[in-house]
Write a protein that binds this ligand. Structure first.
Ligand code: ADP
Length: 266
């Protein structure tokens, strides 16, 4: 759900990769029909972040810039409206040569093109793509489908999934509840995506027994169930993730075992 901490998780992982001497950048996908954040009420949706190249973007782009201390161009904020506009304009020019234009493959191909173009043009080692919204929303389905396809096309050593979920604590029971995480991961699997990591937002550090329970129900090993508990400053989140061994596991999943030591610089 919105306000969960997807932007902070994305920025933190990007920061850790940057500290391991990797060339890294981030993309924010906003599955809404506004072309950009410029026409959205800031009281309801938060600040509009204006990029160096004049883009009016989601505030997560501001998080990426502040964490990475580097400019993020407006092309890194992809919305449903931008993707559909490109496809519809191409259809009007007759570029699909009489084909029936559909969400799969035309919209999903356009999403993949935009992501790949950024990774290639900026010659990145890692590109972190944050998909906004909630798993199960109609709006985000084409984006999640495109991301699923990218993993199939690029292979599991080149694409991994981090799912940000919630583990609420009920005051009366005094226990960290795992059901929202279980159901969210289940919904993600239903559309063909098995998360490699879970970043679990919770008010206090996730207990070991809670991690094990989540692991059992989600097919994610307990080591890769990461506690993203509330901290005083969001700039502490990279440290929390690092202390739980995210970098070793991340590089191992990418088949870059030799790079594990480089992360020790952090
Ligand atoms: P999303 O991208 O899921 O909408 P954000 O990453 O923008 O969420 O975070 C929403 C709010 O929660 C922000 O104000 C952010 O500072 C705060 N936040 C995120 N993670 C943490 C954390 N671990 N501890 C404290 N505050 C956090």
């Amino acid at each position: 759900m919105s306000g969960l901490g997807k932007g902070v998780t994305t920025s933190s992982i990007a920061k850790l990769l940057q500290l391991a001497d990797q060339k890294v950048s981030c993309i924010k996908i906003d599955p809404y029909l506004n072309y950009d954040a410029g026409t959205m009420n800031p009281i309801a949706h938060g600040e509009v972040f204006v990029t160096e190249d004049g883009g009016e973007c989601d505030m997560d782009i501001g998080n990426y810039e502040r964490f990475l201390n580097q400019n993020i161009p407006k092309s890194h904020n992809i919305t449903t409206a931008q993707v559909y506009s490109t496809v519809i304009e191409a259809e009007r020019r007759g570029e699909y040569l009489g084909a029936c234009v559909q969400i799969i493959p035309h919209i999903t191909d356009e999403i993949k093109n935009r992501i790949r173009k950024i990774a290639e043009e900026e010659n990145l080692d890692f590109l972190i793509v944050e998909c906004g919204g909630t798993v199960g929303d109609i709006e985000s389905l084409p984006f999640l489908e495109a991301l699923r396809q990218i993993r199939v096309e690029e292979g599991p050593h080149n694409v991994i999934f981090v799912h940000v979920t919630l583990a609420p604590s009920l005051d009366v029971v005094g226990e960290q509840k795992t059901k929202p995480t279980q159901h969210s991961a289940q919904e993600l699997r239903r559309i063909g995506i098995q998360p490699d990591f879970l970043a679990v937002r919770c008010s206090t550090p996730l207990e070991e027994k809670t991690k094990k329970k989540i692991a059992l129900f989600t097919n994610v090993t307990a080591n890769d169930v990461l506690s993203c508990h509330d901290v005083k400053s969001i700039f502490q989140v990279p440290q929390i993730l690092y202390d739980q061994g995210i970098m070793d596991s991340l590089f191992t999943k990418f088949g870059k075992v030799g790079m594990v030591n480089a992360s020790a610089n952090w």
